[in-house]
Ligand binder design. Structure first.
Ligand code: BEZ
Ligand code: FE
Length: 310
């Protein structure tokens, strides 16, 4: 409060009442941001959000429905349940960002969506070990090599693998499951080879009991993903790779609800009979095997990005 008897002069109102003026003012409000990348992201986001509202003639009820949707997505999100990743995935944004950041059709293995079920801290397991810690489906042996683009083996690459069981659930979705069930880390041998026992994957619906599921239902979309096994591969000197092995016999390969299928990632799970001479000890009855080589790209110098610390 001014102590003088003269009331302080009000600042002249900014002339920013037309839609165009509001967009300009909101974008200009970031003009003094000292980090150029963050400034660009915020100004462009503002312009595109406003352009969206303008193009569809967004009503105030629709604006508030959007706010309620995001609020519910926040409320349902926990360490184990990431509704915002599901939203990004089902809107195709995750795969769009993947596409503009990864070379397509080159010599290296294509990447695909990470999804919400990867968790840090999977146990390091021996070459050829099983990731299922209790019955979870028909055993499937996954084996291959990790290579550079010239075909040379990469020794000591680390593969972090995870999958759902035949009850359709990942261990993180099932409080009764052993903590490390259906996941594990493996290192390639000197010749680049790796192997582990998984189970034949089954198609499953993404969690659809929250706002994203209601959005899918309201728009006539299904929540299913085709059967797959997740792999994250890392090796010093190479770009990390997040990918899947898709099962060629699965339903939903042509309508994955998160748009993550790439034809180069589809593999045949070969059915092996109980009397197959290669049947390993401890496996009874029918089993499957799948071959899957991974080709990693050499690291490139990084360019500036906005990270969560910023
Ligand atoms: C997954 O494959 O685990 C997944 C990916 C996107 C959304 C939900 C699940
Ligand atoms: Fe998955």
């Amino acid at each position: 409060m001014s102590s003088s008897s003269t009331p302080p002069k009000a600042a002249p109102a900014a002339d920013n009442t037309s839609p165009e003026d509001i967009t300009s003012a909101a974008a200009a409000s970031f003009a003094h941001c000292e980090r150029p990348r963050l400034r660009l992201l915020m100004q462009t986001l503002v312009r595109h959000l406003h352009a969206f509202a303008d193009e569809v003639g967004l009503t105030q009820e629709e604006w508030y429905a959007g706010i309620r949707f995001l609020t519910k997505a926040g409320h349902i999100t926990t360490e184990e349940r990431q509704e915002f990743i599901l939203l990004s995935d089902t809107l195709g944004l995750s795969m769009f960002v993947d596409a503009i950041n990864h070379e397509q059709g080159g010599a290296t293995t294509e990447s695909t969506v990470l999804g919400p079920f990867w968790t840090a801290g999977s146990p390091l397991r021996e070459y050829g070990a099983a990731i299922a810690e209790r019955a979870a489906g028909t055993p499937a042996r996954v084996a291959g090599r990790v290579l550079d683009p010239a075909g040379a083996p990469i020794a000591g690459a680390e593969l972090d693998v995870w999958q759902n069981g035949d009850d359709r659930l990942y261990a993180v979705q099932d409080p009764g499951a052993p903590e490390h069930h259906l996941r594990g880390r493996f290192r390639t041998r000197e010749d680049g080879t790796y192997a582990f026992w998984a189970v034949r994957p089954t198609a499953y619906p993404i969690p659809d009991d929250g706002p994203v599921g209601r959005m899918l239902a309201a728009t006539g979309r299904h929540p299913w993903r085709p059967a797959h096994i997740h792999i994250k591969a890392e090796a010093p000197g190479y770009q990390p790779l997040t990918t899947h092995i898709f099962d060629t016999d699965s339903e939903y390969l042509d309508s994955d609800t998160v748009f993550a299928v790439k034809p180069s990632l589809i593999r045949t799970f070969v059915c092996r009979k109980a009397d197959d001479p290669e049947r390993p000890d401890g496996v009874d009855g029918e089993w499957f095997s799948v071959e899957n080589d991974l080709v990693l790209s050499p690291s490139q110098p990084s360019h500036p990005t906005v990270t969560k610390e910023q």
